[in-house]
Design a protein around this ligand. Structure first.
Ligand code: FAD
Length: 273
């Protein structure tokens, strides 16, 4: 069985908390290896990730991995958070640079994820299993694709144990990325990040911002369905499930689902696998 993991974001309202509880309870039945919880940059949102990790762990009995990002947190703040996570029983961290929200000037003490990985290793030795992000279709701010691969390798050399990719809808981009980094000597598992499609126009906006490419033909097919929501859901689930099957058949060591705190889109993909 291919290991699966689910990513959630920290809810801020009671209504969102209820939505997370519902999704976590349903998705738990799929026996995930672990779940992860994203990290908002800066100010009050900093506090929602630990609270959510605790909820996933205590209320739902899930092995929860917090995301931690350089942006918005000083060395001391990130150090305190790591201690807190250790005390909660977390053993896995997803270490990222993060993106600066518009209008926020504070970048924190670390500039790149590599520095955060070095910091975690220096302060906590081998205690945490560290995952980092990677970009089969190239990070949007990378100078060029080769530089992006070298920067990725630097994160692994700094002590990361594995990587989760940005989502994509072109399996060949993943296979090429894995081949490229293997040639550079990277041996850690690289787990594809899978984004089930629930709201196509929202996905388009997301994808523009994070540099994930939606192949033109998928957009055209979506457009052709018009308001036929049921056909859109079926098409999207078939499409993502067949990509997952190809990825697993081609050697992907696991599947990490971006759930957006919804269970249905992810379950409709898993049920087809
Ligand atoms: P880095 O690895 O630091 O790379 C960022 C850019 O800098 C790349 O273009 C890289 O090529 C370049 N670079 C790296 N090192 C150097 C160097 N030494 N010199 C010059 N250039 C360099 N964001 C959040 O805010 N919260 C989250 O919880 C979150 N979760 C995520 C989970 C996953 C699995 C992924 C893939 C992304 C996630 N993100 C999250 C988004 C992520 O923070 C952004 O994509 C961000 O822009 C880059 O983060 P990174 O850790 O990959 O950065």
């Amino acid at each position: 069985m291919t290991p699966i993991s689910f990513e959630f974001y920290p809810p801020k309202t009671d209504e969102q908390r209820a939505q997370l509880d519902k999704a976590a309870a349903r998705l738990k039945l799929q026996n995930p290896e672990y779940v992860s919880c994203t990290f908002g940059a800066g100010g009050s949102t900093l506090s929602y990730t630990p609270e959510t990790v605790e909820r996933l762990h205590k209320t739902h009995g899930l092995d929860a991995a917090p995301h931690l990002s350089c942006v918005g947190g000083t060395r001391a703040e990130l150090g305190e958070l790591l201690e807190r996570y250790k005390a909660m029983g977390c053993h896995r961290i997803v270490a990222l640079r993060g993106d600066l929200p518009s209008g926020m000037g504070h970048t924190g003490d670390f500039r790149y994820a590599t520095e955060l990985v070095e910091f975690i290793r220096r302060e906590h030795d081998g205690f945490f299993h560290i995952e980092v992000g990677c970009y089969p279709e190239c990070h949007p701010q990378a100078d060029d694709a080769h530089a992006d691969l070298r920067h990725f390798k630097a994160k692994i050399d700094a002590g990361a144990d594995g990587a989760i990719t940005q989502y994509f809808y072109n399996a060949d981009a993943y296979f090429r990325f894995v081949d490229d980094v293997r040639r550079l000597g990277v041996t850690v598992p690289i787990v594809p990040g899978i984004m089930p499609i629930s709201n196509f126009s929202q996905l388009r906006r997301f994808s523009d911002a994070c540099g994930a490419e939606i192949p033109r033909w998928i957009g055209k097919r979506m457009q052709a369905f018009g308001d036929d929501a049921e056909s859109i859901r079926e098409f999207a689930a078939d499409l993502v499930a067949s990509m997952c099957q190809r990825l697993v058949a081609g050697g992907a060591p696991g599947l990490h689902f971006y759930t957006l705190n919804l269970s249905k889109p992810t379950l409709s993909v898993i049920s087809r696998l």
